[in-house]
Design a protein around this ligand. Structure first.
Ligand code: AP5
Ligand code: MG
Length: 213
């Protein structure tokens, strides 16, 4: 099972990808998370990526494609994986094809801009383990404390409103063309992402199992 999560920033790609990964016992590969960890660890990759991420811009294709190419060679990917946040340009999608990696499904989560803004505003992430919460829609048991590791919850560095606007613009210009790209290949599964988290998850599962929603 090789899947891609597509959708604008804040649509719930990470939230759903984690659940899908658990359900199908496959790794969740988030390029955003890999890059944020590199920034936290102050690696050369992290230093390079930060220049782009803090401005809401995409990290250059060759850097991200190289990361994914290495990651999918790991043995835990033998039975499949779910890619979250990759590909993000037509160029990246073509590189994936050049790697000889066939994709079974592309899950496209649809959420309007007004809802996205509410999701960014309330998102909190764990400073230690990166787990994601929302103060209204997915609150932690104790305010500002991670349920998973008891770490401190903070606002993600690129969730500042001017950066969010830039990320949404970059999505429209560079990533949204992937919708038609995968629709033409008959791989696209359109999901209404405006429903509560559990409902979105169950409609994804139904669609993956070929049931009517
Ligand atoms: P990345 O980390 O991939 O960020 P993104 O695509 O902007 O998406 P987000 O992680 O912000 O949102 P999400 O869709 O995962 O939503 P979430 O589940 O958190 O990338 C960050 C940066 O890294 C990029 O800007 C770029 O610079 C770089 N990068 C990464 N990949 C790259 C690539 N391939 N090429 C080049 N550069 C790359 O949910 C959002 C909030 O809403 C949460 O608080 C959640 O609790 C809540 N929520 C989720 N679902 C629901 C729901 N159904 N109802 C209510 N609330 C919900
Ligand atoms: Mg994410």
């Amino acid at each position: 099972m090789r899947m891609i999560m597509l959708g604008p920033p804040g649509a719930g790609k990470g939230t759903q990808a984690k659940r899908i990964a658990n359900e199908f016992k496959i790794p969740h590969i988030s390029t955003g998370e890999i890059l944020r960890n590199a920034i936290k660890d102050k690696t050369p990759l992290g230093e390079k990526a930060q220049e782009y991420m803090q401005k809401g811009l995409l990290v250059p294709d060759e850097i991200v494609t190289g990361l994914v190419k290495e990651r999918v060679k790991e043995p835990d990917c033998d039975n499949g994986f779910i890619l979250d946040g990759f590909p993000r340009t037509i160029n990246q999608a073509k590189s994936l094809e050049d790697m000889g990696i066939g994709i079974d499904s592309v899950i496209n989560i649809n959420v309007c801009e007004e809802d996205l803004i509410e999701r960014f505003t309330g998102r909190r992430v764990c400073k230690t383990c990166g787990a994601t919460f929302h103060i209204k829609f997915d609150p932690p048991s104790k305010p500002n404390i991670c349920d998973k590791c008891q770490g401190e919850l903070i606002i993600r560095a690129d969730d500042e409103m001017s950066t969010v606007k830039k990320r949404l613009k970059v999505y429209t210009e560079q990533t949204a063309p992937l919708i038609d790209f995968y629709k033409n290949k008959k791989l696209l599964i359109d999901i209404d992402g405006t429903k509560p988290i559990d409902e979105v998850f169950s409609s994804i599962l139904k669609r993956l199992r070929g049931e009517a929603v």
